[in-house]
Design a protein around this ligand. Structure first.
Ligand SMILES: Cc1cc2nc3c(=O)[nH]c(=O)nc-3n(C[C@H](O)[C@H](O)[C@H](O)COP(=O)(O)OP(=O)(O)OC[C@H]3O[C@@H](n4cnc5c(N)ncnc54)[C@H](O)[C@@H]3O)c2cc1C
Length: 420
């Protein structure tokens, strides 16, 4: 029997969950707070572990103008001296896929299309903020006072989730990291004739460049740059220590102030930005639990993390994408049992990735990280080098993991039956 499912939030995680559950024949309703005019936040990196899930759900990478990085570079932002270079052209054989970029709006539109696909589209209710949920009864109460009932509730309502405290039994909001991110896009045509600026792209090959501030004592300030939207847009993330700015200072002036000591070519590039936004960077400590009763937290509602691994959305996609297979052929009465299995499968990976997300690529040996201890994680399972990190983060196929677990469980059950 198909389950009645409610998904809360129609961001990347919520739409992926809806698509995956609709594909398995369930009846899905999505309640989304906003009226959905634009998906903001520029672009993001799509890693192999997320891309494999999207591919399985029928995501059209071409239509979503997903681009492939061929290099990952670190450059001294002040004097433009090259620091590290990683060739990403052949990473597929080691890490199961490529590092790619996608404009959030493109990703979101494509996921929306998928979630609305015949013969079993999800019902999308916009302008419908959820007020609270009851994980035991499967009840979802909207701000309007309407109450809906479901066999399974997927909370994908982002880092300020109203469902998190229902799962935990107490409040655990994300922690401020003390850093902010500027995010903005520049149209490629604006730099096409600017030879000085184009010299900043090493070898003129598509990929990601990180301009680091090596003299910054806290080692936080840097500017990450890669293209997206089929190369038509250049995406930037500028991370800097959150400081008190002069009141009323506009974001572009703040950006130029924070990166004023960078090389003049970079400063000239930043001057081309027009719509600069500021995001406070927050992260979660690992949660005690991610599910309760009929309720499952996914996406940033489950794991708000720093962007240093580029795994926030990818983890959301991973956790959301497996839901269809996990809840296939499950009777309504057995949902809480299957929800527990979801938690057992995801918890250790989410915890490890949350810890890793605070560490920049290549800094896996930093003392702050290598001394990390966590009750749930065997120290030998924590990646200790860049290579181990990519094996762990990227080369992970959630569908294979689920099937392996199923095989192990059914073997276990058979042994139990034989020994009775
Ligand atoms: C600077 C920066 C760079 C990043 N780069 C990357 C990257 O390269 N790769 C990567 O994988 N990730 C990256 N991330 C993280 C990524 O953006 C997030 O992890 C991802 O967008 C979270 O998606 P989500 O669907 O879980 O949550 P959200 O996008 O927050 O969506 C939540 C949805 O729920 C709705 N909602 C909220 N409350 C309610 C309610 N009460 N009722 C109904 N609806 C509700 C919201 O309106 C929204 O539509 C980056 C983040 C930052 C800040």
């Amino acid at each position: 029997m198909p389950l009645n499912v409610i998904v809360i939030g129609a961001g990347i995680a919520g739409l992926t969950a809806a698509t995956s559950l609709c594909k398995s024949g369930h009846s899905v309703q999505i309640f989304e707070k906003s009226s959905f005019k634009t998906e903001v936040g520029a672009a993001l990196n799509l890693m192999p572990n997320g891309a494999i899930v999207l591919a399985k759900l029928g995501f059209d990478f071409k239509r979503a103008l997903v681009g492939r990085h061929q290099r990952l570079e670190t450059v001294n932002g002040v004097n433009l001296e090259p620091l590290t270079h990683i060739n990403l052209t052949n990473v597929e054989k080691d890490y199961g896929g490529h590092m790619q970029s996608v404009l959030r709006a493109d990703l979101h539109s494509e996921l929306l299309l998928l979630s609305q696909r015949a013969p079993n589209p999800a019902a999308l209710h916009l302008g419908s903020p959820v007020k609270r949920v009851d994980s035991t009864e499967g009840k979802v109460e909207l701000q309007s006072g309407e109450v809906h009932t479901a066999d399974l509730i997927i909370a994908a309502d982002g880092s300020h989730s109203v469902c998190r405290s229902e799962v935990l039994g107490y409040d655990q909001p994300p922690t401020e990291s003390g850093n902010n991110a500027f995010r903005f896009l520049i149209r490629t045509e604006m730099i096409e004739d600017l030879d000085e600026i184009k010299k900043l792209i090493p070898g003129r090959v598509p990929g990601a460049t990180i301009f680091a501030d090596v003299n910054d004592k806290l080692k936080t300030r840097h500017l990450a740059w890669y293209d997206c939207h089929g190369g038509a847009l250049q995406n930037f993330v500028g991370i800097y220590p959150a400081v008190q700015h002069v009141e009323d200072m506009d974001h572009k002036t703040m950006l130029l102030e924070q990166f004023q000591h960078f090389h003049p070519r970079i400063v000239n590039l930043l001057k081309l930005a027009d719509d600069v936004r500021v995001w406070p960077l927050r992260f979660d400590e690992p949660l005690e639990r991610y599910t309760r009763g009929r309720l499952v937290l996914i996406g940033d509602a489950a794991h708000t993390m720093l962007p240093f691994s580029g795994q926030g959305a990818n983890q959301g996609i991973e956790g959301a994408g497996i839901l269809g297979e996990m809840f296939q052929d499950v009777d309504a009465v057995d949902v809480p049992e299957r929800v527990k299995e979801f938690e057992e499968m995801r918890k250790k990976r989410i915890t490890t990735i949350k810890l890793l997300s605070r560490i920049r690529f290549g800094r896996e040996n930093d003392a702050a990280y290598s001394n990390i201890k966590h009750d749930e994680i065997d120290p030998k399972d924590i990646p200790r080098s860049f290579h181990e990190r990519l094996l762990f983060e990227w080369r992970h196929n959630i569908f294979d993991e689920f099937r392996e677990r199923q095989k192990a469980t059914s073997l276990g059950n058979r042994h139990a039956v034989q020994s009775v």
